[in-house]
Design a binder for this molecule. Structure first.
Ligand SMILES: [Zn+2]
Length: 302
């Protein structure tokens, strides 16, 4: 097989990993109904399933671990690595059979993260240690998050729902996605982030570099902006979250410094900083709306 056909095959797989076949007539072993397709419309049994035998055992094992079965975690993760945005698009637009529920997968990868971290304990980062050392209630939250990376990942990805909805609201491929769709997008991405964290625990810290890259690829395939349009929006999404996160950390860690300030000065500075982040998001949203108008004009001319 030459290079070109391999690339072409990968492209075909990216577009549709589980193409539907022409319907063939079967008689259901479960209930006796004659039907066309792969599953019985009455009882839901698969056409190729009958008495339990060695083949059935093999198929059951494969359906847990095999890439050929859309419901398997292996299929989920290989699609998230190879076609993250297309997979998310398929699923949230209604083609749900292409993978298992991302919420269930999030549970699988969260469980795997906990188990792996028992075998390969990694000390929390310096930043996490500093934060965990902060006084009082907030210090307790941070030290808890440092010990429970699953929840830290969930919270961080959940925070991305809002900036993603704003910055990609007028995207070419997926305009005006809803809040449930936004939550599902981040559920998919959180599974991928947890998978990267598992690899990082086993291999090395540099694996984490892949997280923003995967976000870029997923957002590009899902929303359909060009390279730069995707890069600045993805970076701004993450940047704004990090910025707000940094604001809270600064307020916590530099507490003595702020204690000397009158409370209204402190609140004023804090509100200005928050307004700055919100203004950046607003500008991003406005840019998206402008480019959508331009696209519409171009289309109506053509
Ligand atoms: Zn049946």
């Amino acid at each position: 097989m030459n290079k070109k056909t391999i690339v072409q095959r990968f492209r075909d797989w990216q577009r549709d990993p589980y193409p539907l076949h022409e319907p063939v007539t079967h008689t259901c072993v479960g209930c006796g109904k004659t039907y066309e397709g792969e599953y019985c419309p009455i009882c839901g049994q698969r056409y190729d399933e009958g008495q339990v035998d060695w083949l059935a055992l093999k198929q059951d094992v494969v359906s847990v671990g095999g890439i050929e079965e859309p419901e398997s975690p292996t299929s989920f993760i290989s699609q998230m690595l190879g076609r993250p945005g297309y997979l998310i698009e398929d699923y949230i637009k209604g083609r749900r059979y292409v993978c298992a529920s991302p919420i269930a997968m999030l549970g699988v990868f969260a469980g795997a993260t906990v188990i792996i971290s028992k075998f390969f304990p990694t000390p929390p980062s310096e930043l996490a240690q500093t934060l965990a050392g902060a006084e009082g209630f907030i210090g307790k939250i941070f030290s808890w998050l440092a010990d429970n990376i699953n929840w830290a990942v969930l919270i961080q990805t959940a925070l991305l729902v809002l900036p993603t909805m704003l910055l990609f609201r007028h995207s070419p491929k997926m305009d005006r996605h809803t809040l449930p769709q936004g939550l599902y997008i981040q559920a998919f991405m959180a599974s991928l982030v947890l998978f990267c964290i598992i690899l990082r625990t086993i291999i090395s810290d540099w694996v984490l570099v892949f997280i923003p890259i995967f976000y870029y690829v997923a957002y590009k395939q899902l929303f359909g902006y060009d390279v730069w349009g995707t890069i600045w929006r993805t970076l701004l999404c993450m940047g704004v979250i990090t910025y707000f996160y940094g604001l809270v950390m600064m307020a916590v860690l530099q507490k003595e410094y702020f204690d000397e300030m009158p409370i209204w000065v402190f609140l004023g500075v804090f509100a200005t900083c928050i307004a700055f982040g919100a203004a950046l998001l607003f500008l991003g949203w406005l840019t998206g709306r402008r480019s959508e108008e331009r696209r519409r004009k171009r289309r109506s001319k053509a």
